[in-house]
Design a protein around this ligand. Structure first.
Ligand SMILES: CC(C)(COP(=O)(O)OP(=O)(O)OC[C@H]1O[C@@H](n2cnc3c(N)ncnc32)[C@H](O)[C@@H]1OP(=O)(O)O)[C@@H](O)C(=O)NCCC(=O)NCCS
Length: 139
């Protein structure tokens, strides 16, 4: 069994190692800075799953007052296909409903389209939008 709890500062190194293992880091995003920024929000929506004192999964949830967001969903390869990501998403959904958040959204990189199946079996549908972005701070 595993437990789900909010991020604490001592998780930082294990999380970065997990994201690298899961190929979620990119040269233009510093994982440390991403974690510091999220932790500073103190919203308790940055979740981790822990099994036998090992950090095995993350989900960086958020709520901007209009939509909930999922970022950095990652499960250690050794623990995949055991329902860990499903439990994390369902935990976040409950937290967001309690906050009055009406809709949860996420972005999937085009090269990672396989993960769409994971979200579809949880009831998530593709939305016909174009995602635009503009970097405001270079890390
Ligand atoms: C995607 C990911 C988070 C899924 O985590 P997980 O804990 O293995 O997912 P679950 O066990 O809860 O999966 C539930 C169901 O989703 C589907 N599913 C999960 N991973 C899948 C995959 N890679 N391809 C297709 N379907 C998948 C299956 O239907 C699965 O049920 P089953 O195991 O009974 O067949 C995990 O593979 C991962 O960390 N990948 C690397 C990082 C990543 O791509 N993150 C997403 C960024 S958008």
């Amino acid at each position: 069994m595993f437990i789900i709890r909010p991020y604490v500062d001592s998780d930082l190194e294990e999380i970065i190692a997990l994201w690298e293992l899961c190929d979620l880091t990119r040269p233009w995003n510093s994982p440390e800075i991403d974690i510091f920024r999220k932790a500073a929000q103190k919203d308790g929506l940055f979740l981790v799953a822990v099994k036998d004192e090992q950090l095995i999964a993350t989900l960086m949830g958020g709520y901007d007052g209009h939509r909930g967001w999922v970022n950095y969903l990652a499960v250690h390869p050794h623990y995949q296909r055991n329902g860990v990501a499903t439990a994390l998403i369902q935990h976040l959904e409950k937290r967001l409903i309690a906050l009055g958040c009406p809709k949860l959204q996420l972005l999937i990189r085009k090269e990672n389209i396989d993960v769409q199946n994971f979200y579809e079996q949880l009831g998530y549908e593709e939305v016909d939008v174009i995602c635009l972005g503009k970097r405001l701070i270079r890390d």
